[in-house]
Design a binder for this molecule. Structure first.
Ligand code: GLN
Length: 284
């Protein structure tokens, strides 16, 4: 089987199982360890037996519903490559808006100190560190897999000197009496309501970590906790930036308002849905 035949064959199988055809080039590229351009520049190259069986294996995993990103083991976010595996949420394009807004908030702050709560693959922490020279990011998670992966991804993206992983239940591992306060607390916390978990796409519900998705009965548990805990750690003039579910804008704004935050702003994602809330802490 040649590369071009493999692409055609893989597309047919994906199609038959209601998966997106364009995943074929990604799967074959992964098996051959080559990019898409190589595949189309070398259409007549033959796959070895080992490559054929690797492709069959990857394809059957994909058909069984395992997300493409976990099969190939990496994904791109904010123009950078991140290793991903079961145990961390797959970085989503929606979250790039959060990174964009976070970077805007800290653009005039010298050597900003940042905490990212629930770091997962490290996509947010590392993208911020990479875009912003002199920043220092504390990537927090309660689970070991995300902390380990964030460490690896920080090395891969050459920001391991400025991204420090901290095992912590939200902010419990930080010392509120220390003088080391922060300019920004950023988070894409779990925000799906308990009753909505069952309605998530199979691929999400069966393969991605429920701990990264479930935000309690009303989906707002983590916004309440992080907002009230953050006040002890933010500098006067520091910010909070959250990713939110598309219908949580008003509720999250209310939580921030009730906790004494100012300049509360809501932003949309590329699909036109409410996705990010930011707020200023004036120190009350
Ligand atoms: N956007 C994710 C989803 O709908 C949820 C992410 C989260 O809970 N933080 O699958």
């Amino acid at each position: 089987m040649t590369i071009i035949e493999a692409i055609k064959y893989t597309k047919e199988i994906l199609n038959k199982h209601n998966k997106q055809e364009h995943e074929a080039e990604i799967l074959i590229g992964h098996v051959l360890n080559k990019d898409k351009l190589y595949l189309y520049c070398n259409p007549d190259e033959k796959l070895t037996d080992e490559q054929k069986s690797k492709l069959e294996n990857a394809l059957s995993q994909r058909i069984s519903g395992r997300p493409l990103q976990y099969i190939i083991g990496y994904w791109e976010f904010y123009g950078n490559k991140f290793l991903v595996k079961e145990g961390v949420l797959i970085p989503r394009p929606d979250t790039e808006v959060l990174v964009e807004k976070a970077l805007e908030l800290i653009k005039d702050i010298k050597c900003p100190r940042i905490i990212d709560i629930g770091c997962g693959s490290g996509a947010i922490s590392i993208s911020i560190a990479k875009e912003r020279d002199g920043s220092q990011v504390f990537a927090v998670d309660i689970e070991d897999v995300p902390l380990e992966l964030t460490k690896q991804n920080a090395i891969l993206n050459k920001v391991d000197d400025r991204v420090k992983v901290v095992k912590s239940n939200l902010l419990s591992a930080f010392d509120e009496n220390s003088f080391e306060s922060f300019d920004l607390i950023v988070s894409n916390p779990p925000y799906i309501k308990d009753e909505e978990i069952a309605t998530l796409m199979d691929e999400v519900r069966k393969f991605e970590p429920i701990t990264a998705l479930s935000g309690g009965v009303d989906g707002l548990y983590f916004y309440r906790e992080i907002t009230s805990q953050s006040k002890k750690f933010l500098k006067k003039g520091g910010f909070i930036a959250y990713e939110i579910g598309h219908n949580q804008g008003e509720e999250v704004k209310t939580i921030l308002y009730q906790n004494g935050f100012d300049e509360i702003k809501l932003y949309k994602d590329y699909a036109g849905l409410d996705r990010v809330v930011t707020a200023l802490w004036q120190g009350k």
